[in-house]
Design a protein around this ligand. Sequence first.
Ligand code: B1M
Length: 632
Amino acid sequence: MNSFTNWRGFDLSPRIAKIQSAFNRTPIASADQVPILVNTPCYFSFGSQDKPVDYYTNPASMFAYQANGYEKHLQLVNDDYVPYFMPWFGTGILASGFGARIRVPDDPADDPAVAEPCIKSPSDIALLKLPDPNRDGWMPRVLDAIDFAVSNGDLPVGLTDMQGPLDTIGLMCGQAQLYKWMYSEPRMVHDLFDMVTDAFILWTKIQKEHIGEPLERSNGLQGVFSPGCGVWESDDDLVLIGSDLYYEFVVPSVSRIFETFGGGSVHYCGNGGQNIDNLKQIKSLRVINNSPLGKFEAFTHLVKSMDHQVTIQIQDASPVDVAGYYAHLFADLDDFRGIMLATFVMDNTGMDNQGGYIPANWDPYNTANRVVDSVRANIAKRLSGEPTLQKEDMLVSVKVNKLEKKEPKKSLLSTAQAAIIEQIRQNLIEFDASGVQASVHSALDAGIGTLDIILGMAYGMDEVGKMYEKGDFFLPELIMAGSTMAAGMAVLQPLLAGEEGAGGGSLGKVVLGTVKGDLHDIGKNLVRMMLEGARFEVIDLGVDVPPQKFVEALKEHDAHLLALSALLTTTLKGMDDTIKALKAAGMREQVRVMIGGAPISKEFADQIGADGYAPSAVQAVGVAKRLIGIEE
Ligand code: B1M
């Protein structure tokens, strides 16, 4: 399907030419020259309402849904969209080839995703084999869908979802485990990256063989007709890790992939500012596909740092406040060379100006046209030197928090004892687990009480937490600090058990979990680590936990604190349902409920009658203590 310039009577050549010029980064003289591609209908299920029930089991159904939607789109929307068939089966395809189990959603408005990691310990890695795409995991489903579309359809066919090696290994190991191993087992993690990179390349080549396209070109990448490069990979987790780890483990692997396919596109959501210099190091990088998620300054910084060396695709969900969102997004840009809008409209969900998703009651095609008009109008203003924002709408620059220098508390410890506590703090912020254990032993030998030793570690944790909030540390460093603290606590555990009743033992039991329908657990695991570090006993029920399971666990463990996490707007309801289940079981009075996760706000917590809300894992400890009546 090489000369795809006309489809079902629509002339696509002017659109293709416009997209080609964005890939060539041709200077832009008028707003019309910036390609705007609005994906309606979305190929994924999140935020949709009418996906056929057999979407993931019947290639004919997936094809018909997409093709019919594109036809309607071409009739109704005034954008530059060029359709292709996206064989979409969720984000876990490559990981499933290595043995990760895919959770099949009950609800057609939900996407398949990896249910749990398949690598539990470093020794499992030695047993891994390169996947066989004709046999392993969900790879054969993708190939069947491609084969169906090639033989029976009238659309060009693109690659499936391509989570890159960083995300795929994160799904295989669990992100927290992976980040720990990056520090403690770097050789092993390098071997894993080599193997997953080989598998990624093999998997892409086989899809291309089935599609019948050359290595260095692709019909479509992530919903976008992409004449400029052969492959894409999602590096969503680059927002979670700092630049040293990304440089060491990811840059060589993605470079190898992109060199094999004549250039490629990296996708990530949100603010990846710490890794922009690393992105520039990736060989044959042609496109950055970013969902700014309302991080306007970060997006402007990305565009300016890239200095038109690559094409930049903006891939946010359509905002509810269409005019306001794009006025902010383009406020500080005046050169639109190589910029494309590649957004998507969900049937019943829109994005707020902070990147959170909220219910929307709209006609997607009409919304798509509003997006097109607003983007063109804002770009036209910037090209003619006009502001897109009134002065009062300008964003106030984000304040960078400086680390407070705390006055050391007056201590009853001798100078020698205080030096040991300082050593413990130092071991903790250097993630030195054996060092912290040795220092804890020295502290006990020097007659220091367990509570002072824990305070020394907690002070180090507090410092790490502040560096995380300031953006000097990232998720892996928080995880390393947590596991260093756990090593120190292991030395104290037998003594704490003896001190129970004297105030030295557990502060209380907490039942924790991510609510039904939601598989995100990175934040929840951080909350567990922080609570355990603060001496709570945590009963972690994992992810996708139905309300009744929370109720049963609270009864079984005689726990009075319930901590709920959620990352998807669509699963927030699970928190409300869980509180209702507590009421139905007659337990609401005895149990305090705290909630958290990126889409949660204090208002939402109040609305569903939760007792506490914490915006971060660090703050979760304070909230938990307050709820059980401990003032800090
Ligand atoms: Co998903 N994902 N994801 N994802 N993912 C987001 C969250 C998203 C914002 C990306 C986007 O918009 N493009 C979006 C959600 C939008 C929304 O609803 N608001 C999204 C989506 C849509 C999806 C899928 C639906 C995509 C699809 O398949 N179509 C799908 C859903 C699967 C499912 O759950 N059913 C999906 C899948 C995945 C992966 C499996 C690939 C992976 C998850 C891996 C895992 O968790 N094991 C994943 C990831 C990694 C992300 C991003 C990249 C990172 C999320 C994260 O872990 N952040 C995210 C995009 C982004 O943020 N750039 C995205 C770091 C973590 C430390 O933060 O969890 O907020 P967070 O926790 C914080 C605080 O919120 C707080 O403490 C933590 C640390 O301070 N906190 C609490 C959390 N819980 C708390 C509880 C408390 C107190 C504080 O008290 C009890």
